[in-house]
Design a protein around this ligand. Structure first.
Ligand code: NAD
Length: 494
């Protein structure tokens, strides 16, 4: 295999884990029913993962349940050194994670080198420290009674994650789950099992007690994912993925009344006002639109541009989109890689074909000419669409690819109305140099996060989650308490 031959010349601390296993009760379990791991940039089968079914799910949940009996009783300061070692291991394997993420996702390796692995480690370290240092509330009453709030862990958590930023999103859940005293079974997306396997190896080498962290590979419906959401010993489900999947999981979790956290799809508006620094606005817009091939829940895929700057903005945007270097994800110069899978490329191409009929495609909309073996990869040029109605599906549905629609507006009120006019409410971007306008518009947007003059800047203390159909609940800092902890009030008489 050409990709595998190429990888041999890169040096790694150990052989790349391309035939991955489950990780259950502290052991790497080979499993059965292998399914292929396909490298999106060439379409080659580069490895395999086993599909977990009832047997593996039961074993993993039971191991997690056993481990919870002691892990859940440890004070946070005793859990912290384990988690710090886990984070250290992630940093130690930085070059391997960088390559595996590109092999799993098709994302350019340069994007994995822009703080991605650090963020993975920080996701764990931050919550390990937070659990130790953060206090609680007290409510003294006028009659002299005192209330104080205690928190304690819930139990076994199923962490069900998507393929677009697999290792980062997994650690975003692993951190608070384990730091707050729960134990975990991670079910990574079927397209991206490699990074999850390496996370298991990191946990193992960090010496986490067996069963505290488990990984079971497999699919969603009638497979490991669904089985976890129905398992009676699973008390929490932290899910990130599509809104449609979230609805199914909520229904499946209802019979056993599980606590759920839903981080779902998005269709972010990016509002560019006439006062914005146009060059910076274009730079932010290109990043928000095409980072990770546009396969980001937070992607700024609806561009709303104030009429006086509409034409110059679109001209600069098209030039910047055309200048992006698309190709081999493992080449450090590459700026855009391949979409995750053939069926996903077909789905995105469906939107492109529709846009060609009802709107104008200014640039992109086709597969780039790339040399063998990349000619078999799932690439799509960055695509910019104009002359499209705000009610069209291109402006309403989550495309999850490198395709943006640009709409002009005349007033601030119109911009806000357009921005709020989708079922989603994950995030928005506001680009303006008028501070009052930034404050007014941010307040009026029905979303969980607003970035002003930038995108995807994350502080782990702040709330993260979606309004409307983009999710239920918030995670981050103490906002995760309601989900990852049970809360108990103690009321003392005087
Ligand atoms: P998906 O919903 O298809 O799959 C996500 C995970 O759920 C996978 O592990 C999958 O195997 C599993 N799954 C599927 N059906 C299931 C079922 N019935 N029961 C249990 N598990 C099931 O999503 P995807 O295509 O992997 O990821 C892309 C989506 O994720 C996009 O909609 C994107 O917006 C969203 N996303 C949201 C955030 C956020 O923070 N809000 C972050 C990243 C991605």
């Amino acid at each position: 295999k050409e990709t595998l031959e190429r990888l041999k010349v890169l040096s790694f601390p150990f052989e790349l884990p391309l035939e991955v296993t489950h990780y259950i009760g502290g052991e790497f379990v080979k499993g059965e029913n292998p399914f292929p791991v396909i490298y999106p940039a060439t379409g080659e089968v580069i490895g395999s993962a086993p599909e977990g079914r009832a047997k593996e799910v039961d074993l993993a949940v039971e191991a997690a349940h056993r481990a919870f009996q002691s892990w859940g009783k440890m004070p946070p300061s005793e859990r912290r050194p384990y988690l710090r070692r886990f984070a250290e291991k992630i940093r130690e394997y930085r070059p391997v994670f960088e390559v595996l993420e590109s092999l799993d996702v098709g994302r350019p390796i340069r994007e994995n080198r822009l703080g991605y692995v650090d963020r993975m480690a920080n996701n764990i370290e931050f919550f390990a420290d937070f659990a130790v240092t953060h206090g609680s509330e007290a409510y003294p009453m006028e009659n002299g009674y005192v209330n104080y709030v205690l928190r304690f862990p819930v139990g076994v958590a199923a962490l069900i994650t998507p393929w677009n930023m697999p290792s980062m999103l997994a650690t975003w859940k692993i951190g608070p789950t384990l730091a707050f005293g729960n134990t975990a079974v991670l079910k990574p997306a079927e397209f991206t099992p490699l990074g999850a396997w390496l996370l298991a190896r990191c946990a193992h080498e960090a010496g986490l007690p067996p069963g505290v962290f488990n990984v079971v590979h497999g699919f969603g419906p009638d497979s490991a994912g669904e089985l976890l959401t129905k398992h009676p010993l699973v008390r929490l489900i932290s899910f990130t993925g599509e809104t449609t999947t979230g609805r199914i999981i909520l229904k499946n979790a209802a019979d056993t009344l599980k606590r759920t956290s839903m981080e779902l799809g998005g269709k972010a508006a990016n509002l560019i006002f006439a006062s914005a620094d146009l060059d910076r606005a274009v730079e932010v817009t290109v990043r928000a639109a095409f980072f990770n091939q546009g396969e980001v829940c937070l992607a700024g895929s609806r561009l709303l541009v104030e009429r006086p700057v509409y034409e110059p903005f679109v001209e600069k945007l098209v030039a910047a989109a055309r200048a992006l270097r698309i190709g081999d994800p493992l080449d450090p110069e590459t700026q855009m890689g391949a979409l995750i899978a053939e069926e996903h490329l077909e789905k995105v191409m469906g939107y492109v074909e529709h846009a060609k009929r009802v709107a104008t495609v200014l640039t992109g909309g086709k597969r780039p000419d790339l040399p063998h073996p990349l000619d078999k990869g799932y690439f799509l040029e960055p695509t910019v669409v104009v002359d499209v109605a705000p009610s069209d599906k291109v402006c309403q549905e989550e495309i999850f690819g490198p395709m943006v629609a640009v709409l002009p507006f005349d007033t601030e009120e119109e911009a806000i109305a357009l921005a709020n006019n989708t079922p989603y409410g994950l995030n928005a971007i506001v680009q303006t140099r008028d501070v009052g306008q930034a404050v007014r518009v941010s307040a009026a947007l029905e979303v969980g996060t607003v970035w002003v003059n930038d995108w995807f800047v994350r502080d782990l203390r702040v709330p993260f989650g979606g309004a409307k159909q983009s999710g239920i609940g918030r995670e981050g800092g103490h906002y995760g308490y309601e989900f990852y902890y049970e809360t108990k009030n103690v009321c003392i008489a005087n």
